[in-house]
Design a binder for this molecule. Structure first.
Ligand code: UDP
Length: 320
């Protein structure tokens, strides 16, 4: 199969590329980023890297025309962007998705859209089922621009599906693993990683009782591959993740222990890290029955095992 992955040079995209190449597919990625995460594939004749933006309609059209299946992963992701550059988040995430869907519809190509658990916002009712409500804060709080951008793109997916476009929506829950961002930036695991490896204080925001369901990359990728090929997935939304809940404090302590670090936990107020334009989500847990029943995938990698593999990768000097 000929597969186009927008955002294919990112964390999820690079692992998805590996999985599809291993399956024998031909993979073209469209990405504005560097080749760090896909460098190992550059000599593979079934791999093509187009360094450009999804907002560049001519290139996008020529690539969509040539593929059988599209994974739309290109997006501006990361809390530092939500609070630092909301314009880019909204522009790329909404207009990029619209551009991909419009052309996919024109040529009738299936789209698997990568959405996010952020869509549920701070809905207090966990676990979140796919059709549960979204509970968000004010539009003056920049944090919600990411959630809103992905939800708007999901609406576009359903609008095009109604017109006949085959599509699948995947909502990822805190996926982590090797190649996750650069050390010290991005998500909590990479921020803690730098601190733990240098033996510095690990900055737990608030009381550390907020929880996430940290999902190992290999599990997320198995669900992603299946979503692209399973006919029963079409028209559905899937939570992709584990339902094992871990507090941020527990994450910090586990990382310190596994890395054999002398770091200590320090509790810091959220404003000192993200300023006023941020609201934390207290608990985020998926309902995973649909993923189990239709995609036949279970995210079973224990946190300790996944963290060990991730820490080893960063310890080896990667991600700097
Ligand atoms: N967090 C933390 N210390 C940090 C960075 C993040 O305690 O230095 C917390 C953050 O407040 C949140 C959780 O870790 O509760 C996960 O944050 P992340 O940025 O990875 O993404 P989110 O799951 O909130 O989208």
């Amino acid at each position: 199969m000929k597969v186009l992955i927008t955002g294919g040079a990112g964390f999820l995209g690079s692992h998805l590329t590996d999985a599809l190449l291993a399956r024998g597919d031909e993979v073209t990625i469209l990405d504005v980023g560097g080749d760090l995460k896909v460098r190992h594939n550059l000599s593979n004749p079934r791999f093509h890297y187009i360094r450009d933006s999804v907002l560049h309609a001519d290139i996008l059209e020529s690539l969509i025309l040539k593929c059988d299946l599209i994974y739309h992963l290109a997006a501006v992701v990361g809390v530092e962007h939500y609070v630092g550059d909301p314009y880019e988040v909204l522009n790329v995430n909404i207009n990029g998705a619209q551009a991909v869907l419009k052309l996919a519809y024109k040529y009738n190509r299936k789209v698997v859209f990568s959405s996010t658990s952020e869509v549920y916002g701070r809905n207090p009712k966990v676990p979140f089922a796919e059709d549960d409500e979204r509970v968000l804060g004010s539009t003056r709080i920049d944090r919600w621009c990411y959630s809103t951008s992905k939800a708007a793109a999901e609406h576009f997916c359903f609008a095009y599906h109604r017109l006949g476009l085959p599509m699948v929506v995947l909502r990822y829950f805190n996926v982590y693993g090797p190649r996750l961002d650069k050390i010290d930036v991005g998500r909590v695991i990479t921020i803690f990683m730098g601190q733990v490896l240098r033996g510095e204080p690990v900055t737990v925001i608030g009381d550390g009782k907020q929880t996430r369901c940290f999902t190992y990359i290999d599990d997320a990728i198995r669900a992603t591959v299946e979503a692209g090929t399973n006919e029963r997935a079409v028209g559905e939304i899937f939570n992709v993740g584990t339902d094992v809940e871990t507090s941020v404090l527990e994450l910090a302590e586990t990382m310190i222990r596994i890395a054999g670090s002398r770091s200590k936990v320090v509790f810091v107020p959220q404003e000192s890290v993200y300023g006023d334009s941020y609201e934390d989500v207290p608990r985020r847990v998926p309902r995973v029955q649909r993923m189990h029943e239709i995609l036949k995938v279970r995210a079973e990698t224990p946190l300790e095992k996944g963290l060990r593999q991730t820490i080893e990768w960063f310890k080896a000097g990667n991600g700097r």
